[in-house]
Design a protein around this ligand. Structure first.
Ligand code: GLN
Length: 457
């Protein structure tokens, strides 16, 4: 823990942590020492972790990357972080993120962007140009990649665990919707949000997910299922499994190196005993537009609670409407305001059927595509995790927001269908930046994902 505290202090230029909590870390580490001395070590005893600042931490500020929660100190602990502390893990601090987890580059945080520890190498010269770590769990991914924690919590609404993991050469799993409790995690889009770990190896992810997940009566969408021994699944291999390759993910303009990596991943799985099968997920092309209706719709509703009355920022005004307006104008950033406006629009009378209801119907069709593939004997599906490697800071932030949204083409389908998905580092691009492959599984079959991604890792 002390070594990590020092490493975090030395790496402040990356801006991975919004808040460092060294006193809490050392107190937890002391408690771990006592457990070990008493011969009563728990499964994660003394392991120093970072917590995405979307998880409420009792007595420790939780900002969600937003100015509107700058001075919010929860008086309760999120279910996921509480599970980690129950198992003996140590909290190093709260990790930076896109504001309310909206973004793909960690450039929308009110606390500044996160810088990836990676750099491009062109003609054997390492470039100085800073690279994004991906988003929204950019602080989690950068901290894990830069050894500023052993593992981190993250959340994924449309790709925010898998895309930053792919951009930083780390492993990230979004489990099945309902595997982890959402209780005490700041809500973005409640029917899509799911917590999961980012870590440096598949095995570390399996161990962390085992601790983070589990039933919880306080979240009615949390599944009442036993938590499998994920760690045991890691070395299970892929012999006899059928891995689907969906042809619709071969999108126009996909860089040749991504296609090569994808073929290479399929070859590795085949060599390890899996059968590779071309499959079709015909509604894939509608996933991204449907996601950018459903997610903002739910966000506009969830974010209505930030009104300057109950908690968070309050900008005084003469009347209640003025209080709402001034507080929300000052407290929310541009991307959050854009989502609230889109969400309010698609939910409004006259547009609800044309946009929101249609997006929900598309969501069902996307889910059925996956169900058909699994019913036909496919055990897991292999795709690239992202359409490109990480980009430079500022390169896409100022452009058309839709360009940023395109980062999520390969990941949002998984959230729309509620399925588990893992991103595993699989190689480097021509400029030496990491690339990830994604494996998508059957509902509540994270074990197959751990087994298959271990073969690629
Ligand atoms: N990039 C996507 C968005 O901005 C996904 C974010 C997430 O998964 N939290 O909505």
């Amino acid at each position: 823990t002390q070594a990590h505290i020092t490493a975090v202090e030395r790496a402040r230029a990356l801006n991975a942590y919004i808040l460092e909590t060294p006193e809490r870390a050392l107190a937890m580490a002391d408690a771990s020492d006592a457990k070990i001395a008493a011969g009563a070590a728990r499964p994660l005893e003394g392991l120093p972790l970072g917590i995405k600042d979307l998880f409420c931490t009792e007595g420790t500020k939780t900002t969600a990357g937003s100015k509107i929660l700058e001075n919010f100190t929860p008086h309760y602990e999120s279910a996921v972080s509480a599970n980690l502390w129950r198992d003996g893990a140590v909290m190093l601090g709260k990790l930076n993120l896109d504001e309310f987890a909206m973004g793909s580059s960690n450039e929308t945080s009110a606390y500044g962007n996160v810088i990836s520890p990676w750099r491009r190498t062109v003609d054997r010269v390492v470039s100085d140009a800073p690279i994004v770590p991906g988003g929204s769990s950019g602080g989690s991914a950068a901290a894990v990649a830069a050894h500023l924690c052993l593992g981190a919590t993250a959340t994924d609404t449309g790709g925010s665990i898998r895309q930053p993991a792919a951009f930083t050469g780390t492993v990230g799993i979004k489990p099945t919707y309902g595997r982890c409790s959402r209780w005490g995690t700041v809500a973005f889009a409640s029917s899509l949000d799911q917590a999961g770990p980012i870590a440096r190896t598949v095995r570390d992810c399996a161990i962390l997910l085992g601790s983070m997940s589990g039933s919880d009566a306080r979240d009615t969408t949390c599944a009442d299922l036993p938590v499998p021994d994920f760690e045991a699944a890691v070395t299970r291999g892929v012999k006899g499994l059928t891995i689907g390759i969906p042809k619709e993910y071969r999108v126009d303009g996909m860089p040749a190196e991504i296609q090569r990596l994808w073929d290479q991943g399929a070859a590795w799985l085949k060599d390890a005993g899996a059968t590779i099968k071309e499959i079709s997920l015909p509604h894939t092309q509608y996933a991204l537009p449907a996601y950018y209706i459903v997610a903002p719709a739910e966000a506009s509703s969830n974010l209505a609670r930030y009104d300057g009355v109950r908690y968070g920022l309050r900008v005084p005004a003469n009347d209640i409407v003025g209080l709402y307006e001034k507080t929300r104008a000052a407290g929310f950033g541009r991307e959050v305001k854009r989502r609230i406006m889109i969400g309010t629009y698609v939910l409004s009378a006259g547009y609800y059927d044309a946009y929101y209801v249609r997006a929900q119907k598309i969501r069902t069709l996307i889910k059925r595509d996956f169900e058909a593939a699994y019913a036909a004997g496919v055990d897991a599906i292999l795709t690239p995790a992202t359409p490109s490697a990480a980009f430079g800071i500022g390169e896409k932030a100022s452009a058309d927001p839709v360009e940023m949204y395109l980062n999520d083409v390969f990941t949002v389908t998984v959230n729309m269908a509620g399925l588990p998905g893992i991103s595993v580092p699989a190689g480097l691009d021509a400029q030496g930046l990491p690339l990830g492959l994604q494996l998508i599984g059957r509902p509540f079959d994270e074990e197959t994902l751990f087994a298959a991604s271990q073969v690629i890792e």
